[in-house]
Design a protein around this ligand. Structure first.
Ligand code: NAD
Length: 235
């Protein structure tokens, strides 16, 4: 049987590595995008998958896309946004958008795929949090709150759905070199590197390997867990 995997934000830095890795592991991958149409279509063509357009924060768009795909066995909630500023300077609509995409988006996609997984009595959901969801980041307070919410959501949903044969886990990346971190100056990067015990920045493939493991049968007895991929930055 062909296993379908849906990866939200699949055309992004970490998302594209996850899509490639899952395709190598035999999944038919649905690369979800909201704006990066060209990138998503090129990646889908490269890995023999499909590009699908929807905004994770819009529950009805999500439901329609999930129903069009049909019988998804693996969902990776990877889409996310971040804004770097002090908490008092982030305006209401930006703060709402961060929560809507990162946390509500994760919940929307999970709610949409669950009926199919429950009737199949099998399925796997992997959420992408952040080390800042574990310990909090100054100047990324809304982002940290959204990512901490994903950790709580992972644990609660794992308990609720385990009797239905569904595993729900989470990865918490550290500092991974993608567009999300493109605003850092070389001087900032040098300072950040000093705080990484393993002494190297993370690559998207490091996160993709953790996701592939959690999705695999090798993790069949693992649910509700937060797997840190951070070079020792948060232990
Ligand atoms: P990225 O910006 O390259 O990728 C994010 C993707 O999400 C993009 O493709 C974007 O188009 C998509 N997206 C944004 N809003 C969306 C929406 N409303 N609907 C659908 N898709 C949407 O960044 P990345 O570094 O690859 O981040 C991927 C995930 O990893 C994010 O959840 C991020 O918070 C998390 N993360 C990243 C790092 C890091 O250091 N890069 C660290 C910890 C966690």
């Amino acid at each position: 049987m062909i296993s379908k995997a849906l990866v939200t934000g699949g055309a992004g830095g970490i998302g594209s590595a996850i899509c490639r890795s899952l395709a190598e592991n035999g999944y038919t991958v649905y690369v979800s995008y909201s704006r990066s149409k060209d990138k998503a279509e090129a990646l889908a063509a490269e890995i023999g998958g499909y590009a699908v357009c929807f905004d994770v924060s819009d529950a009805s768009e999500v439901r329609k896309a999930v129903s069009d795909i049909g019988s998804i066995s693996l969902l990776v909630n990877n889409a996310g946004i971040s804004v770097v500023d002090t908490f008092d300077r982030v305006d209401d609509s930006t703060a709402q958008r961060i929560l809507s995409v990162n946390l509500t988006g994760t919940m929307n996609c999970s709610r949409a795929v669950l009926p199919g997984m429950i009737s199949a009595k099998a399925g796997c959901i992997i959420n992408v949090s952040s080390m800042w969801g574990q310990v909090g980041a100054s100047c990324e307070v809304d982002y940290s709150a959204s990512k901490a919410g994903i950790i709580g959501f992972t644990k609660a949903l794992a308990k609720e759905t385990a009797p239905s044969g569904i595993r729900v886990n989470c990865v918490a990346p550290g500092f991974i070199m993608t567009d999300m971190n493109a605003h850092f100056s070389p001087e900032d990067l040098a300072l950040i590197k000093e705080d990484i015990p393993l002494g190297i920045f993370g690559r998207p493939e490091h996160v993709a390997d953790a996701v592939a493991f959690l999705a695999s049968d090798k993790a069949e007895y693992i649910t509700g867990q937060i797997l840190a991929v951070n070079g020792g930055m948060v232990i």
